[in-house]
Write a protein that binds this ligand. Structure first.
Ligand code: ATP
Length: 512
């Protein structure tokens, strides 16, 4: 069922111009995708909403746009040259390669699901009298699963932290994890693969190896002092950025979930040492509010605390969404201490300190970051919004219930017929509204078919011009979700649209 649903999302994305495989006419390029005419708009609107929520709504957050290429020492300092590896394991029979920690996490997830099933059974059996907290603490089946989860998590954490690749392999063997393709337990040793792409840049003294950035964050760290000084920023303050990142992901699967070229939206928040835990809690709260403002059912989001904290982090949590293939990370919130700035200070030989007038001392600030994948967020919205609705009498419709402000088009203008002056009148409305909104104009096909096409790309409002419009100066507004039709005067359209599709309504939800 879930697999079926995910297949529908992928085929819908292609059929309606959201996402195409890269270089498709050459049979595509694995794990690389292009956004089509509707996809580019949805993506742009998500980016815009994120940007406004960060830069526009916080007087102490500013944006930058750093280059993708950076001095190669950046990646030595950040630890990516030596440590940006994934532990990989191959199944000798299927010849498929997996991330060892992902195989183990999928094993753990089965036990998480077992617990949820037990709880669901309890709710069904005891109804209102059900004490879920007590049940989770005492039910023997739940406790058995929880013990298993804790034991496996502990062993994985120990092995990952010690870089113990043999220990990881042993865990996979002990848990009798089988390859999902071949079903066999015939595994190679676990090996580390670096995820950075490198290329050459000519320099006066020959060629030098440089990297395509695997994250946008470092462009912010190396510009910390530039922004702080020129923007006269006082702690706490943040720097936000959106842009492409590249990772040589060995396992390409699940559509735009894991790509080799993708886009990140990151914000690094610089704070006084000692206040980072409070700011971590603040950003955790702000970010989940942002996600929930988009109308996704709350039970489809969860926090997942990191089992393995990076050596420089003192707190880290993922925001996960319940994709058709299970709960997976969409965003990470990390308290990174002063690790990055200190590293750059050491490798560049330049001081990256802040003079704190209140404390009358200089220090390297601590950092709390929020890091979200734009493509993954796109997939969350597409998956959540795509509905097949039963209209009764054997009729169905496909509708994409995107947040109106993020939809590719905010409205469609449709003359009922292609004659009698209706296209001319519709064109006048179109030319006025497009000064403010991304509008779609269409004359072809029956009005019913046109409504369905707009439903499928998520257009929240259709404006139909008919013969009566010529006499009464009014139109029919048709709303995507309710399919309600309302007759309104032409000079009322703008105010109604503003109420329905403005991004400010989303932003307001963040202020509660
Ligand atoms: P994962 O464990 O899924 O590989 P990660 O922990 O390596 O992700 P981060 O380095 O924290 O990810 O990157 C921040 C965000 O960037 C992630 O939450 C995700 O949304 C996005 N992201 C990371 N890698 C990819 C990718 N290969 N394709 C698409 N988005 C990605």
């Amino acid at each position: 069922m879930s697999e079926e649903r995910f297949k529908n999302v992928i085929s819908h994305a292609k059929e309606y111009g959201f996402v195409f495989q890269s270089s498709e006419i050459y049979d595509g390029l694995a794990a690389v995708y292009d956004y089509g005419q509707t996809g580019v708009m949805l993506k742009k609107n998500i980016r815009e909403y994120w940007w406004q929520s960060m830069v526009q709504l916080h007087e102490n957050i500013v944006g930058i746009d750093a280059a993708i290429f950076m001095h190669p020492k950046t990646w030595k300092a950040s630890g990516h040259v030596d440590g940006f590896n994934d532990p990989m394991i191959d199944n000798k029979d299927s010849k498929k390669r997996y991330r060892a920690d992902v195989l183990i996490e999928e094993y753990i997830e089965k036990y998480v699901q077992k617990i949820e099933k037990e709880v669901a059974k309890g709710i069904k059996r005891f109804g209102d009298d059900f004490d879920e907290e007590q049940f989770r603490k005492t039910n023997p089946n739940v406790l058995r699963s929880q013990n298993k989860i804790d034991e496996v998590n502990d062993r994985m954490k120990t092995a990952l932290e010690a870089g113990d690749l043999d220990g990881l392999k042993q865990l996979i063997l002990d848990l009798e994890i089988a390859c999902p393709i071949s079903g066999s337990k015939n595994w190679t040793d676990v090996r580390q693969f670096n995820l950075m792409y490198s290329t050459q840049m000519s320099a006066t003294d020959g060629e030098s190896q440089i990297y395509l950035r695997p994250e946008t964050a470092q462009g912010i760290f190396v510009n910390y002092l530039n922004v702080q000084k020129t923007g006269r920023m006082k702690l706490p303050f943040g720097i936000a950025q959106t842009g492409k990142a590249f990772r040589n992901e060995i396992i390409a699967r699940q559509f735009i979930m894991r790509m080799k070229e993708f886009e990140q939206m990151e914000m690094q928040f610089f704070v006084q040492p000692g206040t980072e835990k409070d700011w971590f809690a603040y950003w955790k709260d702000q970010r989940i509010k942002w996600h929930q403002s988009l109308g996704v059912a709350p039970e489809n989001y969860r926090f997942h605390d990191h089992v393995k904290l990076a050596h420089y982090a003192n707190a880290a949590v993922d925001i996960e969404y319940n994709f058709p293939f299970g709960f997976k990370e969409v965003e990470g919130i990390h308290s990174r201490t002063d690790f990055d700035l200190k590293q750059h200070q050491e490798f560049s030989g330049k001081k990256l300190q802040y003079f704190d007038p209140e404390r009358n001392e200089s220090y390297v600030p601590y950092v709390v970051e929020t890091s979200i994948g734009l493509d993954r967020m796109f997939l969350v919205l597409l998956t959540d919004a795509l509905k097949e609705e039963d209209l009764g009498e054997g009729q169905t419709r496909t509708v994409l219930q995107l947040p109106p402000a993020l939809a590719p088009y905010q409205c469609a203008i449709l003359p009922l017929v292609k004659k009698d002056g209706l296209p001319e009148m519709a064109d006048t409305i179109f030319k006025k509204l497009r000064l403010k909104y991304n509008c779609f104009y269409e004359e072809k096909d029956s009005i019913g078919k046109r409504y369905r096409r707009q439903d499928a790309i998520g257009t929240p409002v259709c404006i139909t011009v008919d013969h009566e419009s010529l006499e009464n100066n009014d139109v029919t507004l048709r709303f995507r979700d309710s399919m309600e039709q309302r007759r309104v005067k032409i000079d009322e359209i703008s105010a109604i649209l503003e109420k329905e599709v403005s991004m400010s309504h989303l932003l307001e939800k963040l202020l509660d």
